[in-house]
Design a protein around this ligand. Sequence first.
Ligand SMILES: Cc1ncc(COP(=O)(O)O)c(C=O)c1O
Length: 336
Amino acid sequence: MHLNESPYPPSRNVVEYVSKYAEYLNLYKHDDLYNELIKELESYTKVDHSFLDIYPGSAAAVTLMLTYTKIIDSELVIVHPTFHAIYSLARNYGVKLVPVKLVGELFELNPSELIKACGNRVVYIVNPNNPTSNILLEDPDIVRRVSNLARAVFIDEAYYEFSGITFKDLVSELPNIVILRTFSKAFSLAGARFGYTITSSELKKTIRKLRIGFEVPLSTQAAALGALRDLNYTREIISKIIETRSWTRRRLADIGLNSVESSTNFVFINMGEPCGRAWSELKEAGILTMCLQNIDDLSEYSNYMRVTIGKPGDMEVFVEKMKQLIGSRGSTENNA
Ligand SMILES: Cc1ncc(COP(=O)(O)O)c(C=O)c1O
């Protein structure tokens, strides 16, 4: 669960819808299912269906962004640090990254640095950002300026349900914006692999030509439809996770560990020293985390650890283990 999945199972509705549509798995497509899904997505996102496209996980939209960047022979502007997968993917696709470094202990984005970098390039911004957990952009005017200068702007809103911040309404105004969303976090459907994009109509035509179609399994579409028809369940999960996140950050602060203000389902903790030792000891205790020291592209942030918010009981065990680790640090130093 250290990949920012939900600790809660999907809604019962999901199980019901998946079994209801299982008998159609001999087909590539089921028009009624697809149309119902798009209608529910339209009502959830409050954008017209003409802007929507579905994907087998938002990661599929991220790789399509790289394909698009490559074929228009552009470079990709990212903030740094950001979603760890983008670094190796860009290398493997032969796409040059142009990083805009986040500033200070709060990992803030300096909009003028972004505007300086984005001219005639493709831009990818995760908002709120992974792994730093904070909101980078709130002002639509900044996005408008970036969009005016850039070839295309991809805003990854994987954690939108925890932040409530979105730029989706700009797609009807600006010609080159793509919003990426996923059901892997707030909707508890990481294993179903469902994501969607909200895309300006001009760019949508180009991007659609890069796809075969039928990539989203019928069982996945059924799962997403079931989840969308039980939004109260998702809302409940979101508020439980936000409550547990606040509790976790407070308890960590009590033992002297600062974490960045989070608008996601994970926390980004400054361990005050390289996190490798803590990571191994937590792993031995059966607690999985992400330590940036272990990720080559992010190892300059080696003191930071990303921890997915679990159920309250999971986080109590985690905080207790962290307390022991911090306590033993003092005694290791005294013994040295
Ligand atoms: C910022 C970001 N984008 C995309 C993804 C991939 O999500 P999906 O499960 O929809 O492929 C993740 C998953 O952790 C993520 O953090």
